[in-house]
Write a protein that binds this ligand. Structure first.
Ligand code: PMP
Length: 392
């Protein structure tokens, strides 16, 4: 009998040859490496208050949520979390999902559908891309960094139901979407603007509410037609996703978002941890400034070590160091790990061909010793990797 999965081996070989084979590396409780790869931007995932939030919620509500949100899965804890997220971000209402991925799937599909058009940013996160495909709407890929391009697409679109989707903070390079201009285009063209603020929540925000997100910073949280999604798994150190918007939008998602309706509700532990983390963020807004100071320090180290990599001033937690071919990025990642630094490594399809890179993410809880090690390791590794590339 022929092996119906014989093609797997060939695919694996192709990926290996292209430097694109992935592998999983389990973490230890006590990590020997300074971590510049995680999304725990505010250092809250292991904060005792956040851990206690998960423990207490588990004791009170149980290990599992017992059902979907519309049946038994909505506890008072879920309701309180939604109220607090909406209040902190400045939205009228919020709806918690089991992940940021399912929040995007639910929001985009329920707000578009057959007969609609979704204008999707060229660099939109994979979950937005998948959501647009799943929606059965006509999908047009455009550059949200150039609002006039989005305007031109909308001007030509025959559909009356229109949704523009973009990340607020780019998940790879930290670039900020021009939300004010995009909102103006959407307002003029009758389109919903859906912003995925996964990397903006806890990182960007107005001076009066650091961490409330890029949409709040742009003063657009109450703008009619602006819908925001985010994850509870990055700055808030927990797990889960949220959609923020007008009350009638949230009511519609409860009726129509399939990834909300047919999914078991977020576990109490995750909801409790997210609620506790939000409390820490409200009480200690200085964590956001500490994150930005750490990002600036990491960027300065990378720039000093690799002037040729064009490291920009960071606007969020991530510092991309573009190296070129995937092998270079993996070599740099491995050399960093040897020297005591865990660095994120992005290769195609996460980034365009020829732009494989290290993605260093800062955290609010990096100390002076950590940052000194980052400086030492990058100064050693980046020139060496570059040298190999030029001679090899
Ligand atoms: N959107 C963006 C921009 C993300 O970076 C991620 C996480 N990688 C998600 C959505 C998905 O969120 P979650 O991990 O909570 O599913």
């Amino acid at each position: 009998m022929n092996d119906p999965l014989a093609w797997l081996d060939e695919t694996a070989q192709d990926r290996r040859a292209a430097g694109l084979r992935r592998s999983l590396t389990p973490r230890e409780v006590v990590e020997p490496l300074v971590d510049l790869a995680s999304n725990d931007y505010l250092g809250l995932a292991r904060d005792p208050r956040v851990v206690e939030g998960a423990v207490e919620a588990t004791r009170t509500w149980g290990a599992g949520s017992t059902g979907s949100r519309l049946v038994t899965g909505t506890t008072r804890l879920h309701a309180a979390l939604e109220e607090e997220l909406a209040a902190f971000c400045g939205a009228e209402a919020a709806l918690v999902f089991s992940s940021g991925y399912t929040a995007n799937l639910g929001a985009v599909t329920a707000l578009s559908g057959r007969g609609a058009v979704v204008v999707s940013d060229v660099a939109a996160h994979a979950s937005l891309v998948d959501a647009a495909r799943l929606s059965r709407a006509r999908v047009v890929v455009s550059r949200c960094s150039v609002p006039a391009e989005v305007d031109a697409v909308l001007a030509e679109a025959p559909e009356t139901r229109r949704v523009v989707v973009t990340d607020g903070v780019d998940s790879v390079d930290g670039g900020l979407a021009p939300l004010g201009e995009l909102a103006a285009v959407c307002r003029a063209r009758g389109a919903v603007l859906l912003v995925d603020d996964a990397h903006g929540l806890g990182v960007r925000g107005p001076a009066s509410r650091p961490g409330a997100g890029l949409v709040a910073e742009a003063g657009l949280m109450r703008e009619r037609g602006v819908v925001v999604t985010a994850t509870l798994s990055k700055s808030l150190g927990s797990q889960g996703g949220v959609v923020l918007g007008d009350a009638d939008v949230i009511a519609h998602l409860i009726d129509a978002a399939r990834s909300f309706i047919f999914d078991t509700a977020l576990a109490p532990a995750a909801a409790g941890a997210a609620q506790a983390a939000l409390g820490v963020l409200r009480d200690e807004p200085e964590r956001v400034a500490a994150l930005h100071a750490a990002a600036a320090s990491v960027a300065a180290s990378a720039r000093a070590a690799a002037s040729w990599a064009g490291v920009a001033e960071p606007t969020a937690a991530m510092v991309p160091v573009v190296l070129g071919e995937p092998e270079l990025a993996t070599a740099a990642r491995d050399a960093c790990a040897e020297a005591g630094l865990r660095a994120g490594c992005f290769r195609p399809p996460s980034v365009p061909e020829g732009t494989s890179r290290l993605r260093l993410t800062a955290r609010a809880d990096l100390g002076a010793d950590d940052l000194a090690l980052v400086d030492r390791v990058l100064a050693e590794v980046l020139p060496a990797v570059r040298g190999t590339a030029l001679t090899g």
